[in-house]
Write a protein that binds this ligand. Structure first.
Ligand code: NAG
Ligand code: NAG
Ligand code: NAG
Ligand code: NAG
Ligand code: NAG
Ligand code: NAG
Length: 858
């Protein structure tokens, strides 16, 4: 082929690519919400994305998100033109047969694929007619695991473009009380940090993440395509020394067992380190680094052994020795000298390790065998089943075996099966710069055994999940769920027996605070039971063979279908408008290599998709500008003399304000009597001013809030609508579409109005009390500047309680202030709660003359 020919082909390819890449302006994600609700460590997350086709022709629109691997998708739906298309969970084989067209065209591959350590991908697409919209809604559920003393909720935000109406709302409710809550992850850094708000009130916590459109381009991993990163919410609950948390509802229970105050028991640990040729380079280097750290962390009364293996066994010492400083130093020297070479004899290594542990007296201590390998058995015994049965016989349930599979060349399924058969777990170590930290992190999870031979007994309980655990480690948690026989709470009695060192311990609670909440849980405890049961059945299935395997598989499948979980045994069929092929999506197996992208949406032949049948329906009535007189209605400040309407009431109404503290100590509160016009926020460098009106009728909050932005953009918000005045033009809005006022964006949702102006994002919540609706402002993104003023700009005051006996004085900035214990409703959250606070004069609470917060005009 001549030069020109080649160039032409290349050019043609480029052209083809260019036309199929999503073009900016073609479609617009105008709203992207993530809503996560966590109760009793069970998280239900809903991702809602609303997309508009801005083109004059129909277009394929993609929905593409990442969810935690540990989660099960339980619902998916698309809304197009008032028509709902629901995903249906079916047995995998059935789905595959029914939708062979989709499958044979390769569409099922890549819809869900494993993408990383903790996330997997969900992807589907649909054709949307010209100027129409589509709403995607995906729900997934997961039971959070406690490791290193905390639970972590990972939320991945990658909407694919900056979004005007982007928000993440997280609500956590834990009966035992939340001991701490932290927000971490790539999105909580620098440029985005001030878009995160966190509220923590004993048993409940809220995290909101409301970055503005501009901000979404600013974070470290963000760009023109918007955000791409994680928000990780870490928390733990309060613990006592007893049986722990038992939650019951509708005949089901879930028990979280992780008692505090236990002392550690010594351990006997043997490390089996693969030094075969494939460990060459960075892997062996990182292993050495991790090993040296781990050896350093051994407690003096631990016993340990160290074996390096390839085709042969290289002992450091033939039996376990105490972790004295000399022994640790000597082991470190050995570890530094581990070199990669030779083949992999896993069988011999594990048997050797097991015999070392078996030869060591175990009285009062916990034994652990840890295998690290990066490959398949290649020498000695190589039949996987024979190895498994040898190992099982050697360990004989006496201690757990943990297998760490380094990289993607290992037969992870083999390791997983072998660990599960021996009361352990397998973990993948990802080849990356932090592999040594992954190794160390895993070791820390098992570094501190607290109890051995833990058995949980539930008389009056049935269909229980796993109740026997070889070891309970500090920082972890044991979870058991089950059914209560005949839903008879009277006869239901839980008990835990375990061994702590040489002592036998019994945990039982007369205090199993029976929280039989029917309202709050909505069958949630039942779902926790189903989730855990399915997970454990899948693990069991892996260990079995023959008819037993089929029986367990059948049970797992039935439960998956009943609870609509997308598990390795089920698929979700995404139904679409007529004329389009359904997508079939599967859950990828752990251990599968990340799929190379085998199909791109732009490979769809465009003619194959006929556009959905579309009936033209106006989205909503057009906004009709209404002429109104000048906006501000004058109300005199300090209207203690009462306005005419309230004249009949005896005392002026009190509006109680909370000033939350950053610590967990109770907030301060103060009252403002009667009607007033308040300065909520003044941000001089952005020419932004927000004022609110309290009247003497509405017993709660604000009747009207006005936002002034630059000289001629004004937005007036009441509970019924939004009025915009731009120069001389006045418009009224009641709809849900984003309203753009200059560079300000106002979004009206069901019970909140969202205002983004410059570097500020403000939410006006609509509350209802005794039939009266009122507004309450909350700041969701704090301005960057330091010269802001107003009630919302106040930094919480730090205080000390000085008079311990009757607790009536607080010390703020070296000044002693009288305070009384009172209650206030926190209207800054969607479902207000009552909290205790220290009531004081407005002047003391604000540390300013209250006059500074009044304005003469709205
Ligand atoms: C989030 O989901 C919960 C549970 O479905 C619901 O009660 C709540 O109103 C939702 N929150 C938001 C902000 O949509
Ligand atoms: C368990 O871990 C916590 C921190 O997560 C620590 O405070 C405590 O001392 C540990 N307990 C033991 C026995 O090491
Ligand atoms: C629970 O156990 C009972 C009896 O053991 C059994 O009949 C029932 O089907 C089980 N329920 C479920 C949902 O597995
Ligand atoms: C659990 O442990 C108890 C006591 O050690 C034992 O009797 C029971 O058989 C075990 N159950 C299972 C399922 O291993
Ligand atoms: C049991 O409950 C009572 C009152 O609710 C409480 O005072 C006591 O400390 C609790 N005991 C335990 C062991 O939690
Ligand atoms: C926020 O303030 C810091 C320091 O005051 C400044 O460096 C930064 O550029 C500001 N960020 C924005 C988005 O204005």
């Amino acid at each position: 082929m001549g030069r020109t020919g080649l160039q032409l082909t290349l050019f043609g390819l480029l052209l083809a690519l260019a036309t199929t890449l999503p073009n900016k302006g073609d479609w617009d994600i105008y709203s992207f919400h993530i809503n996560s609700t966590v109760t009793s460590r069970y998280a239900t997350t809903v991702i809602t994305s609303r997309v508009a086709n801005r083109m004059d022709e129909s277009r394929e629109i993609e929905f593409h998100v990442r969810i935690p691997k540990n989660a099960f998708i339980s619902k998916f739906k698309m809304l197009i033109d008032g028509q709902e298309y629901d995903g249906v969970v079916k047995a995998k084989e059935q789905a595959q047969q029914e939708y062979t067209t989709a499958v044979s065209r390769g569409q099922s591959a890549g819809i869900v694929s494993s993408v990383g350590r903790t996330l997997e991908e969900f992807k589907t697409s649909v054709n949307v007619a010209a100027h129409k919209k589509v709403t995607f809604e995906l729900t997934y559920e997961e039971l959070m695991k406690r490791t290193h003393g905390k639970y972590e909720l990972q939320i991945h935000a990658r909407p694919m473009q900056p979004v005007k109406d982007f928000k993440v709302d997280v609500y956590i409710h834990e009966k035992a009380g939340i001991s701490f809550i932290d927000v971490k992850g790539g999105l909580s850094t620098k440029a985005l940090a001030n878009a995160i708000t966190k509220t923590h009130a004993d048993k409940q916590a809220w995290v909101h993440f409301y970055p503005t459109e501009d901000q979404q381009k600013l974070c470290d991993s963000c760009g023109e395509e918007g955000m791409n990163g994680d928000l990780v919410i870490a928390y733990d609950v309060n613990r006592d020394t007893t049986l722990g948390d038992i939650k019951k509802s509708d005949g089901y229970f879930v028990h979280h067992f992780a008692p505090a105050g236990l002392s550690r028991i010594s351990k006997n640990v043997v490390f089996l380190i693969d030094q075969s040729g494939s460990m060459h380079g960075r892997k062996i280097e990182q292993t050495r680094i991790a090993l040296i750290h781990i050896l350093n962390d051994l407690a003096e009364d631990d016993y340990f052994g160290l074996i390096a293996f390839d085709g042969a066994i290289i002992h450091w010492k033939k039996e376990l020795v105490q972790a004295s400083s000399e022994n640790v130093e000597s082991a470190k020297t050995f570890a530094r000298r581990i070199r990669d070479r030779g083949a992999t004899d896993i069988n011999q290594a594990v048997l050797k390790g097991a015999s070392m542990l078996n030869a060591h007296p175990r009285e009062g201590s916990a034994s652990i065998l840890i295998l690290l390998t990066d490959g398949d058995p290649t020498t000695g015994e190589t039949n996987l089943e024979v190895i498994q049965s040898n190992v099982r016989r050697a360990i004989a349930d006496k201690f757990p075996l943990y297998c760490l599979g380094f990289g993607f060349d290992v037969n992870f399924k083999f390791l997983e099966k072998m660990s599960l058969q021996n009361n352990g777990v397998a973990r993948r170590i990802y080849e990356d710069s932090d592999a040594d930290l992954q190794l160390k992190g895993f070791y820390e999870e098992v570094a501190t055994p607290l109890l051995t031979d833990v058995t949980l007994i539930y008389s009056g309980g049935t269909n229980l999940t796993q109740t026997n655990f070889s070891t309970y480690y500090n920082g972890s948690e044991i979870v058991v769920a089950g059914q209560i026989t005949d839903n008879d709470i009277e006869t239901f009695s839980p008990q835990v027996v375990a061994i702590s060192g040489t002592r036998r311990m019994t945990f039982s609670g007369t205090n199993t605070s029976v929280e039989s909440t029917g309202t709050e849980s909505d069958g949630q405890i039942q779902r926790v039971w189903a989730y855990l049961t399915v997970k454990q059945l899948l693990e069991k299935e892996l260990q079995l063979s023959g008819p037993e395997k089929n029986k367990v598989k059948k049970d797992a499948l039935e439960l998956s279908l009943q609870y609509s979980f997308v598990t390795p045994l089920t698929s979700m069929v995404v139904t679409k408008p007529p004329g389009e092929n359904s997508d079939v999506l599967h859950k990828p197996k752990e251990g599968e290599k990340p799929l190379r992208r085998s199909h791109h949406s732009h490979q769809h032949p465009t003619v194959l998709h006929s556009p959905p049948r579309v009936v033209a329906v106006p989205a909503h009535a057009p906004v009709r500008p209404t002429r109104r007189p000048k906006l501000p209605k004058r109300i005199t400040q300090h209207a203690t003399s009462a306005s005419p309407v309230a004249a009949t009431t005896a005392a002026p109404l009190l509006h109680r304000f909370l000033l939350k503290t950053e610590s967990r100590s109770p907030p301060l509160c103060f009252d403002i009597k009667g009607a007033a016009l308040l300065k909520l926020l003044h941000h001089p460098s952005r020419e932004l001013q927000v004022n609110g009106e309290l009247d003497s009728i509405t017993n709660g909050g604000f009747t009207k809030i006005v936002i002034h932005f630059t000289a001629d953009q004004h937005v007036e918000v009441t509970t019924t609508g939004v009025t915009v005045r731009e120069g001389q033009t006045v418009t009224q809005h009641t709809g849900q579409d984003p309203i753009t006022v200059g560079s300000m964006v106002v979004i009206r949702r069901d019970k909140e109005i969202d205002v983004a102006a410059g570097d500020v994002r403000l939410i006006l919540l609509i509350h209802n009390k005794n039939g009266d609706e009122f507004l309450w402002p909350v700041i969701r993104q704090k301005p960057n500047a330091t010269d802001t003023e107003g009630l919302l700009a106040l930094t919480p005051a730090a205080y000390k309680e000085v008079q311990q006996v009757s607790l009536t004085k607080l010390k703020i900035k070296e000044q002693e202030i009288d305070a009384t214990s009172a209650a206030a409703v926190d209207y800054g959250i969607v479902f207000p709660i009552t909290m205790n606070c220290w009531l004081m004069s407005a002047e003391s609470a604000l540390q300013r003359r209250p006059d500074d917060f009044f304005v003469a005009q709205l």
